[in-house]
Design a protein around this ligand. Structure first.
Ligand code: UT7
Length: 318
């Protein structure tokens, strides 16, 4: 990984502000989720705008120009339009005209899915340099009258630049060491948007059976994490940082506990960002890299679960 960058919209929405709109409280939200505030995109600010801003920062950190990119994946469930892919606008605005670009949709697992996809392209030799972005404007698909969901999500984008390099085949190699992806479509009704071009011809609103999703989360996340740890031939005690999807502090802490990783080795941004779906892992990564907590050579465990139901993990040496 050559570099990462993130972007958050300016507008901060606090729990207190939400408590004026729906029957909730700062205390309830903090206690049940760990969220204190979230960002909301400005009127007219699109998912692609957030993705472009994050990508420009990631490219600058990577020290390469957009013309060096072979491929761009935008992981998103809140695209600018039904089509073309949000990634096509990102490609044009960055001037990455050599790159093919497409969106990938695995909801909150989107970044892990996109990372695994890019990794497969790089390993096959089909691409040498890839830009992987998680970008969302979930504020646009929330039912702002449903207190069970509207307090949970936020907007933002994070991006990483990947380049294929020969490794020694050892666990000390830098980059993506192992990935694991899972889907169980039988649980699609637990978290979904009740609209779409082919069903209702509307955008729809997010619907979630939170308690049911929660029930699956820790078990699934610990399982996928254990799979990548085993696949890479390392031990859970070798993990320097968990960089988890930021849905709920209780899920983050429960998964870390199951893996035996102390909370001071877990990157937490859910308090400030809320759940930014596919953007949450790269935003957490950027937060920890830019504050100097994550250092080159450290072993990162990324894990996520979301609508689909989808879940997965990636083990990355930074
Ligand atoms: O990123 C994709 C994956 N998504 C997730 O991982 C989300 C997983 N789920 C969760 O994080 C949690 O289930 C929630 C945060 C959504 C809810 O927490 P919970 O502890 O599971 O609460 P609950 O749904 O069991 O609700 C408990 C009570 C209910 O009242 P009754 O029925 O017990 O009287 C809710 O109506 O809390 C009520 N409630 C609220 N109260 C105040 C639900 N939302 C709110 C709210 N403020 N915002």
């Amino acid at each position: 990984m050559l570099g990462c960058g993130g972007y958050l919209p300016d507008r901060i929405v606090t729990n207190a502000e939400l408590a004026k709109q729906v029957e909730t409280s700062d205390e309830w939200i903090i206690e049940r989720t760990g969220i204190r505030e979230r960002r909301v995109a400005a009127e007219g600010e699109k998912t692609s705008d957030l993705a472009i801003a994050a990508s420009e920062r990631a490219l600058a950190k990577a020290g390469i120009g957009a013309d060096a990119l072979d491929m761009i994946i935008v992981a998103t469930s809140t695209p600018d339009n039904t089509f073309p892919a949000t990634a096509t606008r990102v490609q044009a605005e960055l001037g990455a005209l050599k790159a093919w670009a497409f969106d990938q949709q695995a909801v909150c697992s989107g970044f892990v899915y996109a990372l695994a996809t890019a990794d497969a392209y790089l390993r096959s030799g089909m691409a040498e340099t890839a830009l992987v972005i998680g970008a969302e404007t979930f504020s646009r698909i929330l039912d702002w009258e449903d207190r069970g969901t509207c307090v949970l999500f936020g907007d933002g984008a994070g991006a990483v630049v990947l380049r294929a390099e020969d490794g020694a085949g050892a666990t000390s190699d830098r980059g993506i060491l192992a990935t694991d992806l899972n889907t169980d479509g039988r649980y699609a009704d637990l978290l979904y948007v009740d609209g779409g071009p082919s069903s209702t011809q509307t955008v729809g609103k997010l619907r979630m059976h939170g308690r049911e999703v929660f029930r699956h989360a820790i078990v699934n996340l610990a399982e996928t994490a254990e799979k990548v740890i085993e696949r890479a031939g390392v031990d859970a005690s070798d993990v320097d940082w968990i960089v988890p999807h930021q849905a709920n502090i209780r899920i983050i802490a429960g998964t870390a506990k199951k893996l035996g990783v102390p909370m001071d080795r877990v990157v937490v941004t859910v308090d400030r960002h809320g759940n930014t779906s596919a953007a949450s892992i790269p935003l957490a990564l950027v937060d920890a890299v830019e504050s100097g907590r994550i250092k080159p050579g450290e072993l990162l465990l990324m894990e996520a679960m979301g609508g689909g139901m989808t879940w997965g993990a990636a083990l990355v040496r930074w």
